[in-house]
Structure formats: structure tokens, C-alpha cells
Design a binder for this molecule. Sequence first.
Ligand SMILES: N[C@@H](CCC(=O)N[C@@H](CS)C(=O)NCC(=O)O)C(=O)O
Length: 431
Amino acid sequence: MAGVASERFEPLDWEALTSEAAPALASLAFRDPATGPTSAQALWRLFGRPEGEVRVTLYRDHHAWCPYCQKVWLWLEEKQIPYRIRKVTMFCYGQKEPWYTDLVRGGMLPALELDGRLITESDRILEALEVAFGPMGLGMNSREALPLRQLERQLFRAWCQWLCVPSCGAAEEARGQQGFDRFAERLAIALAADPGPFLLGELGTVDLIFVPYLERMNASLAYYKGYLLRERHPAIDRWFRALEQRSTYLGTQSDFHTHAHDLPPQMGGCYASGTPQQKDLAQRIDVGPWPLVAPPGSDPETSQGEPADAATIALARVLRHRNTLLVRNPLGPDGLDRPLRCALTRLITGQECPPPPGSARGLRYLRDRISVPRDMPLHAARLLRRSLEATACLDPADPSAAGEPIPVQHRRDQDPSPFLAGAHRSAGVSL
Ligand SMILES: N[C@@H](CCC(=O)N[C@@H](CS)C(=O)NCC(=O)O)C(=O)O
């Protein structure tokens, strides 16, 4: 047995890893981005219609970080309107494409072209879509929807007031929370007024208007305040659970880690309460383990279990960008090649595979930059982060070495241009 204990487990080579990923690659190819389930990588969504019938182009951001884009994106997916997607860089993570600033002065997102007419401002876009293709549910300008849209803005302001204004201690934090809970409770009452899980009966535009910021509130308040929105407001949890039954929402849904780190530059800062519960939850969101709340409590991030193909999907997505990931990493291609194969071997086989000394910071750099849904779905990202972290912990030289910190003023570490240039091109897919 002594011989076995001292044996070093060799990582799989790239060829073996590629064949491990074959089933996921085949299933991802089978799920044609133009016609399959909602996917952040798609550049066309045809829903079985010919390209010639496409009347709509949606301009949205590369990383799926823009909340105003998400509601338009979801609307088109729910209504199955054939559309083309053109992706644009946000100021916080790179250089805005000049063709886009030529089209939209100021470069704000989203924008949408409908029958050749350019429309900006997400609510104007939704109105134009409702006119062209019919309302979803009661319609966003119905008498019933208008007060709910107002409530969405009130909740948004209360969230900003709590999250984005530095507080001078526990009393002010408590006031921030009370201000937020007041409007969250109103939403819960509106949700409870109807027997179904959605506002105003069936899923409608007004629900979609709530989606982007409720998702971001859920994530950011957990990370920065240790506050669990879904646990605190069961009607809101029921609404999320119903959304999580829909492949449309799952295709656009992000996770706590992504939002915790994409919001600060977009919001001009997010402030942590610093309580023990907050610190503990933030640490878990960054490093795991998942689920974030141990059973029997329910997972505050998702009601969906882990799909059987989550690990191979994560592997397939890394392989797609392997060269750029190696070049962009602080360890460089030679430094990261073996540690990354160790982490991917662990992801696929479960086998611990110690990386060479000095690898931990490169593995953690990558762990911290997996973005959901841009790169892969939530469960695949959890498994990949877990394997990267577990492999970093086996670094024989410095197992606790941190990766480069995630910037908070900007996210130029997430500049998409090298990935766009470096990806093996496949039709209809970006990143
Ligand atoms: N009121 C606008 C707000 C749009 C907005 O704030 N867009 C942000 C992204 S979330 C933007 O494009 N900022 C410029 C950038 O980040 O590049 C709408 O509803 O469409």
C-alpha cells in the first residue's frame, strides 16, 4: 500500500479530455443554438423559422450582465419570436465597438431593430414588441400592470439605497434592510393576491420586468448583506421556483458569484455589512461548498438539481476556449497547462490530482472568472469552480495562494475580445 500512497496521479492529456467531453460536445451540437433551448451563446434564434423571416435584431452585451437586456431577451424567448443577436461590449469590461456607437449614440444597451426601425430604452422596446407581436399576459401598459411596474422601481431604489450607499453601522444597515423589506413585502402581497405563482395570473411582461433585478437582489443581498431574499419572502421564492421550471429563464439565469462581482462596477460600488453571517455566506459564494445553505434549508440560488451532464458541459466549455484561457492566465500557457488538466481530470474522474508547485494562484484566477450564463450554466460552473479550488488546495508549495483580486471599479479582466478572436468558430455561436 505504501507504493500506492506515494503514486502521483497523472492528469489526463488534452486528447483524453477531449474524448471525455465528446458526449457533451455532441449534445451541445445537437442543441442547435438557433433552435434549441435558450442559450447565452446563440447568435440566431429561429424557433424553426427560416432566417428570411427574422424581423428583429437584439443588441445585448457579450457577458449577459446587462439587466435591461435580460428582460427583452426573455420576452423574445418566451414569445418565440425569431431574432438575431449582435453582442456589444459594456464600458466596464472593454472597448465599445465603434459600429455600435455609430448606431446608438452613447452606446447604451439594449437596442432593438424591428423591421429596420431602431428602438432604445428597454421599456420602449417591450412596448414596440407588444404592439408588433401581441402582449404577454395582460400587457405592460394594462391598468393592472402599471402599479406593479411602479413597485418594481420602488424596490429597485430601496435595494440601491441599502446596497450601494456606505452605512455607518448596524443601525443604518437595519434601516436599509427595513426600507427594502417594506417593498419586498408589497411584492409578496401582490404575488399572494393570485392563486398562481406569477403576478396577474399567467406569466406576463410585468413578471419579466421584475426578473433581472430580483435575480440581482437575491444574489447581491446574500453576498454583501448575508440576507436571503427567498427564505425571507416565500411568495418570491415560489415565483422564482416557477420561473426555474422554464428553460427560457434557465438559459438567461446567472448565479450569485457572477452577480456579486459584476455589479460593483455597474452600480458604482456595493457595500458589505460585515456581519459574521454575511462574511460566511460571501466566503461560501466565492469558494463553495455548494449548496450555500446546508440541507434541510433550501438552496437560495436555485431550486433546480444538478443535471447529469453538468461536469461534461463544464469540460466542453473549457475546451472550447482552452488556448485563450491558457494565454490569458497569470501563469501563462506553460504554467497553467498541467494544473488545468489536473483540475479537469478531477472534474471528470473525481480523482485528486496534485498540480505542480506554484499553481494555486493560476487555478484560483480562473475559478474567479467563470461567468454564468455566459460560459456555462449554474451547476456546471459550481462543479468547475469546485475542481479548480480542490486542485489549488493540493499545490505542494503554497496551497492557499490567492488569485489576482477581482477588480471592483471595472472588469477589464473580462475583456471579451481575446476570446472572440481565439474561439474555434462555429456557426451561430459566440464566446
Ligand atoms: N433606461 C435604460 C437603461 C439602460 C442601461 O442603463 N444600460 C446600461 C447597461 S445595464 C448600459 O448600456 N450602459 C453602458 C455600458 O455599460 O456600456 C433602459 O431601460 O434601457
